[in-house]
Design a protein. Structure first.
Length: 504
């Protein structure tokens, strides 16, 4: 079995002459307990082209210390990583292999660096003896195992926050160390430093600032592709909101391929767009049920108790359990499927050799503005059509179509923001308001369909259906209110015109 913990730490430079200050005098510290010295031996694994290191992901097999075993560290924020552990074994455990699959695909991982550390450990505790942080002085010897045989050695200080500790305490310790002349480390991890100091003497690639339309579009596409890959482990681990974020990145990427068809050859990307639509649909199964459950529960909770007649809560829970049964297993199966892995390979191929059209060479101002305005015009037509219809199923379908267009127009404006500046930001904000209103309307349409089904089921079981009909009526009223608000919200969005920015 693998277990995980959130690791919050800071690293500092040290030398043989470095002397630790008296941290027992730091605010909140009751005592500094010396835990002794331990020897750690870790071998880090990666692909030949260091895909994990490029993403600040580390995979190691370590012996020595209290947590010997396999450790996979996934970045969360600066100085914050999630560490997933598994027992010692000769090969990488299957659970960890699954969590790096989106990064490495079929490429094998091999030993790339060995780090041997002598660790002198001190535990900082509060006045009541509660551990606050662990401070260690590490003497590190790094040996390159792949791509050369160079070595490097250094000493560093690492301060790791105790479980459930206050991150502000690390600031307190940091001030005490810096007042003693001890400076923060430039490397975010031991592996990063080892790779840098043992790297062959070769020029490192430099990313140029985006200048052309193609540069801007490819940067946006790359970021969405990276988001899909980076969120894969979080989805597999069932972390909150991870499925939703991955679905959004998938939709943004598909939208960009359609919007910027004068930059990226649509014929060449059509098949990829189809696969992105498939992935978004698969990810949406559980997310849509989650949104529906929350909406129905909120409607029931806002009713006075006297109007919740019959086993309303029980029936709602039964429907939710039936709808979401096995959804996580299904999502994991999708991420393990050959089709999904082929999609990731197609993304790599697209970015490695993008099918650029002549429009890609143009300055970004005119071309990006044209693309954003085109999506805006499509949305305007769909909103106008929906507002011409009478309330009912036809208008509901037209508003749902307008919602999709609003999402695409918003994504186009957001993608163009780095080049077009404030006008694109303003447009994206107002288009988001349109999308949110139309999204709420569509959620209400789905909720009413579900409420009707619940009422039929309750009636067939001999239960009162009054409450379901009451909530249905409230959903109808909410939909009517949203339709009344739409002209005003759309008018504000329509006034947010995209102009060529001076940046371009």
């Amino acid at each position: 079995m693998a277990d995980s913990k959130r690791e919050v730490e800071r690293k500092y430079e040290a030398t043989d002459a470095t002397r630790l200050p008296d941290l027992g005098r730091a605010a909140g510290v009751g005592a500094v307990e010396h835990e002794g010295v331990m020897e750690l031996d870790a071998v880090y694994y990666d692909t030949d082209d260091l895909r994990l290191a490029a993403a600040k992901v580390t995979l190691r097999r370590r012996t020595g210390g209290s947590d010997a075993g396999w450790h996979l560290k996934l970045p969360v924020a600066a100085g914050v990583r999630d560490e997933i552990r598994a027992p010692l074994s000769e090969s990488v455990p299957d659970r960890l292999t699954a969590l790096i699959r989106s990064r490495v695909l079929d490429t094998p991982v091999v030993p790339v660096v060995r780090l041997v550390s002598t660790r002198d450990v001190h535990v900082l505790t509060g006045p009541d003896g509660t551990p606050l942080a662990e401070l260690s002085v590490d003497e590190v010897l790094a040996e390159r195992l792949h791509g050369g045989d160079r070595t490097a050695a250094w000493t560093e200080i690492e301060v790791e926050l105790a479980d459930d500790g206050d991150p502000a305490f690390l600031d307190t310790v940091g001030r005490a160390l810096e007042e003693a002349g001890i400076r923060p480390s430039a490397a975010h991890s031991k592996l990063a430093r080892a790779l840098e100091e043992t790297a062959p003497d070769a020029a490192r690639p430099r990313e140029d600032e985006p200048r052309t339309t193609g540069d801007h579009v490819l940067l946006h596409v790359r970021r969405q592709a990276e988001a899909i890959v980076a969120l894969d482990p979080a989805v597999r681990r069932g972390l909150p909101d991870s499925v939703h974020k991955m679905r959004v990145a998938t939709r943004r990427l598909r939208s960009a391929l359609r919007t910027y068809r004068r930059v990226l050859d649509r014929e060449a990307t059509r098949a990829l767009g189809t696969e992105l639509k498939w992935l978004a649909g698969e990810l949406g199964v559980d997310r849509d049920q989650e949104v529906l459950d929350a909406r129905l529960r909120a409607r029931i909770d806002e009713l006075p108790r006297t109007l919740a007649i019959g086993p309303v809560e029980a029936r709602l829970q039964l429907r939710s359990a039936a709808a979401r049964s096995g959804s996580r297993r299904r999502t994991t199966a999708v991420l393990d499927s050959p089709r999904y892995l082929d999609l990731l390979r197609a993304l790599e191929a697209l970015l490695a050799d993008p099918p650029l059209l002549p429009g890609a060479d143009a300055p970004p101002g005119d071309e990006l503005t044209r693309a954003v305005r085109k999506d805006h015009k499509r949305l305007a037509g769909r909103v106008a059509h929906a507002l011409e219809l009478n309330p009912g199923p036809d208008r509901d379908a037209a508003l749902h179509s307008a919602r999709k267009a609003a999402k695409r127009a918003r994504y186009a404006a957001e993608a163009a923001r780095p080049a077009l500046g404030k006008p694109a930001k303003k447009a994206a904000k107002r288009l988001k308001a349109v999308q949110s209103l139309l999204g709420d309307h569509q959620d209400g349409v789905v909720a009413r369909e579900t409420l009707r089904a619940l009422a039929v089921q309750a009636h067939a079981a001999g239960e009162p259906s009054f409450t379901w009909g009451l909530v249905y009526g409230r959903e109808e009223a909410a939909a009517a209110e949203g339709e009344r608000e739409l002209p005003g919200v759309w008018h504000r969005a329509a006034r947010a015109r995209i102009r060529r920015s001076s940046r371009s």
